[in-house]
Design a protein. Sequence first.
Length: 155
Amino acid sequence: MGDIIDLHLFAELVRLDEKDEQPFLDDRISNYFYPSVKCIYAMMDDLRSGDYHKLEQEAFELRSLASSLAVVRVAQLCSFIENKCRSGINERDHIEIDSTLRVMELANQFAQDWLDVSHSILKDYDASEWLLMKSDPATFTASWQTAESREQPTW
């Protein structure tokens, strides 16, 4: 199934955001939440109505939105739907796309929760510390505790 969020790519977005005089990540995350859900529901409606051209357009739109925030699983699922729509849809494809949309809905919800929590936490860490914390929590905790003990005065 793969990762839902590309941690390395997201950490790079954080680094760029830290360097930018006008941070963009807050707005980008805020602007992802409602449109992504709206897009998924629109795709479900398009599938039900048989409007595969519109379904492909919605998938393209969501893929672009998800890719801009390193939400790779949603972007991959959108690519799958786009390819199916381009190649013509039979009954089996219809069922497969329906299942894909359900998985996408769950992956998107996870991504939204993760983005919301992680972005709040990121304000307390620089990108490299955060990436270490996400990829290897035990090492991060040990390094943080070591740094904390060095900073505390001894009485």
